[in-house]
Design a protein around this ligand. Sequence first.
Ligand code: KG4
Ligand code: ZN
Length: 359
Amino acid sequence: MGDTLILGIETSCDDTAAAVVKNGHEVLSDILHTQEVVHAPYGGVVPEFASRVHIEVVDRVVREAIAQADTRVDQLHAVAVTQGPGLIGALLVGLSFGKALAYSCDIPLLGVHHLEGHLASARLGITQIPFPHIALLVSGGHSNLYAVQSPEHYEQLGRTLDDAAGEAFDKGAKMLGLGYPGGPLIDQLAQSGDARKAPFPLPYPSTQSFDFSFSGIKTALRYFLQTPQKHHPDTTSADIAAGYQASIVQVLVQKTIHAAVCYDISDIVVVGGVAANSLLRKTMADRAATHQFRVHVPELRYCTDNGAMIAAAGWNAYTHREFASLDIEPFAQQPLRDRPETMISCGTVNELPTCVLTT
Ligand code: KG4
Ligand code: ZN
């Protein structure tokens, strides 16, 4: 079989992105139009504005992706488009564009689940990622832990019970008056802070569950900011950002390592926007090293939303001939279906008292 070129289009939220990927992992082009400046004054994404900007730029972004890949539209083998979850109006733009392109070029359309895209982002740029692996998927809308057996087979071990990790960063940044999107701003500010000067409780650190919960730590931050007299007088906002970030990261790392120990899987993948966090990347690598686990984290640009991950996930569908019909609809919410090939053996979490947790 010759090379397979797939165009990936992503418009699920506030990024208009397109990329051409060869054989599921080799990125030939990657174009991103971020709408940060449009939404920043409102402190979050305004869905109506997001759809409008997607409409304005999607044509240019896709054209640039095809040109940068030094290819022609008639050389593409398929068009992969994010079908959901996301903002319906925003998704509709990419999906309609992708359908029209696939129809006019007479090539298959591939409807991609956004989370499958994030999971596939770990494979970009490298030929092979070991299976099985534990995947921590942390983004603005999700904080999930998976045991991934193959590109098509995964089992969800945990999820967030309330806010996602990215949401905790975004809302925390808002309370600190930093702006939007909050994750990178907290990450940056925390570099000059001292987490020990602003200690926060660990959010839902239970070793009996792989689920996460981040709503409590937001409340802790609110109280912290409301009662300055209780803290050391020279506590800076950098210290607070560092303390807040450290608690979130600690729990993400702890539960991921716990899962790897419990399931006896020594490869760990961290994906999604929050995987760009410098403390998370470093702490995960350090903790994993003490267990002789390997950590695989995408390049920074493939952590946050991008077209290449959608093309990479689309490649799996393409190789299995799972083509979408031209009447597929976008969806706002839909969990990534558990598709374990065979359930990975592990007792229930409650039966794992012997798992060694480093703190
Ligand atoms: O995957 P993504 O681009 O979009 C969703 O699918 O949600 O993730 C966006 C999220 C935002 O909440 C953003 O604040 C967070 O990822 N993020 C970060 C960092 N960069 C982006 N969070 C912490 N540290 C970062 N460096
Ligand atoms: Zn995403």
